[in-house]
Design a protein around this ligand. Structure first.
Ligand SMILES: Cc1cc2nc3c(=O)[nH]c(=O)nc-3n(C[C@H](O)[C@H](O)[C@H](O)COP(=O)(O)OP(=O)(O)OC[C@H]3O[C@@H](n4cnc5c(N)ncnc54)[C@H](O)[C@@H]3O)c2cc1C
Ligand code: HEM
Length: 395
């Protein structure tokens, strides 16, 4: 346990972390990959390059230091970290490696004068306390996943039972357990972890489940990223019949229990979790109105239109709106050309603004949506979103 004096030391380093937190974590990652290369496959190197992941960890550490007296205040952040960690299979044995690199980085960045033995010792204990909290929470999720019907622990081999082009950029993969066993249920909006070996290097990536649970197979839908390691490998080299290593579904971007009007808004490949949510919401009994708004660059990259249109034809309670940035591409015209601005959004939302909104897309698109939904009267706590990368503030 931290002594009161050690708590004070940790809290007193908050201002230093606030100004130097990012530098600290950048140093930390460099040291981690240099000293413990075995953890490298867990981390998406593109997230390191963009600075998003160092920022996310800096935020996590900072929040922790601020709330060291009342760790329950970390609630939602801790769960978010746990879900990310579980999806990439962070294990107890990894924590001492990360702790070692973090303390070393604190020493390097702060210098011997500030990072005294007492400061380092306080942080070592504080880190240990946080690590125990996360290890415990993650162990509970791993155990639940292993014990649930159709569940498993670690990687399980799935066969690619189908590969389907959805647009010029997005391809779906239908995955069934290679052992022929039952399939763990999931909540629409959750994602899988994939462990791939590309040119001899192991990498891990998350992909949202893009179809509602059917008890037989999972579907993921992957956008080809220019220069992207995993997405190009999946598009070009993974074929029907191949095996993929899959970690169990995880994530908290899931439909809340509610009968309020449901609004699903997506940009580009951000459509994937909203498709699973859409199908699940329409399969549920009742008359809950659903508005599905999707923005794509143009008709060529607009995926899943036929499916969503068919759902709209079957379910009068579903209203669909499409927005394309540009008029290019083969296919039916969208409802609007141009960006989804506030006026357009106002037209496409249900009149009753006491609604549940779920959205995902490029970060600027999400930041704008968050502002617009609030300005249009949607209660902020009823706007939920997910990131296809490290979580960050939607400024
Ligand atoms: C919860 C969650 C759900 C997701 N769901 C989906 C989904 O449903 N569908 C989907 O398509 N994606 C999804 N993603 C994103 C997915 O996990 C991958 O990030 C995405 O496929 C890109 O991976 P990649 O290996 O192809 O690209 P990466 O190799 O990670 O590269 C991404 C981009 O960064 C650039 N880059 C790479 N390394 C560097 C570097 N060192 N310096 C500068 N630039 C660099 C690349 O050129 C490329 O443009 C999800 C992510 C999360 C976290
Ligand atoms: C107390 C210790 C730790 C804290 C406070 C912490 C915090 C965080 C935070 C805040 C995120 C971002 C979450 C998000 O994007 O929503 C994250 C992601 C992640 N963490 Fe940790 N973490 C810790 C330990 C570890 C350990 C031991 C490992 C394993 C080596 C690890 C591996 C990862 C990975 C792989 C990601 C996702 C990275 C990506 O998006 O590329 N973390 N962690």
């Amino acid at each position: 346990m931290l002594t009161p004096a050690q708590r004070d030391i940790v809290k007193s380093t908050v201002p230093l972390l606030e100004t130097g937190g990012e530098a600290l974590t950048t140093h930390f990652y460099k040291g981690l990959f240099r000293d413990h290369p075995e953890v490298r496959p867990l981390f998406n190197q593109a997230h390191q390059a963009s600075g998003d992941q160092p920022r996310a960890l800096a935020h996590g550490v900072l929040m922790y230091a601020k709330n060291i007296d009342r760790l329950e205040a970390l609630g939602p952040l801790a769960q978010q970290i746990v879900q990310k960690h579980v999806a990439l299979q962070v294990l107890p044995a990894h924590y001492p490696l990360v702790g070692d690199s973090l303390l070393r980085a604190i020493r390097e960045v702060l210098g011997a004068e500030i990072a005294t033995d007492a400061v380092i010792e306080a942080w070592a204990k504080a880190y240990g306390q946080l690590a125990d909290l996360l290890i415990g929470a993650e162990a509970a999720v791993y155990a639940d996943n292993a014990q649930a019907p159709g569940g498993w622990r670690g990687a399980r081999a799935f066969r690619v039972a189908g590969k389907q082009r959805e647009s010029a950029e997005i391809t779906s993969f239908h995955l069934v357990p290679a052992d022929g066993g039952p399939l763990l249920d999931f909540k629409p909006g959750q994602f899988l972890g994939l462990r791939l070996v590309v040119d001899g290097q192991e990498i891990r990536r998350n992909y949202s489940l893009s179809a509602a649970p059917d008890g037989r197979r999972y579907r993921i839908s992957v956008k080809r990223e220019p220069g992207g390691v995993a997405s190009n490998h999946l598009h070009d080299r993974v074929q029907e019949g191949d095996l993929l290593d899959v970690f169990p579904p995880a994530g908290e971007f899931t439909l809340a229990d509610s009968g309020k009007p449901l609004v699903l808004i997506s940009g580009g490949v951000g459509i994937t979790p909203t498709l699973a949510m859409l199908d699940a919401a329409l399969a549920a009994p009742g008359r809950r109105p659903v508005h599905f708004i999707h923005c794509a660059r143009n008709a060529d990259v607009h995926a899943f239109r036929a499916h969503v249109d068919a759902q709209a034809a079957r379910h009068p309670r579903l209203q669909v709106f499409y927005c394309h940035d540009e008029p290019a591409g083969a296919g039916p015209a969208p409802h609007a050309i141009g960006r989804l601005d506030r006026a357009r959004l106002a037209d496409w939302l249900p009149a009753d603004r006491d609604l549940d909104a779920y959205f995902l897309g490029p970060k600027p698109f999400m930041a704008q949506l968050r502002r617009d939904l609030q300005a249009l009267g949607v209660p902020p706590e009823q706007s939920r979103y997910e990131f296809f990368g490290p979580a960050s503030a939607l400024a």
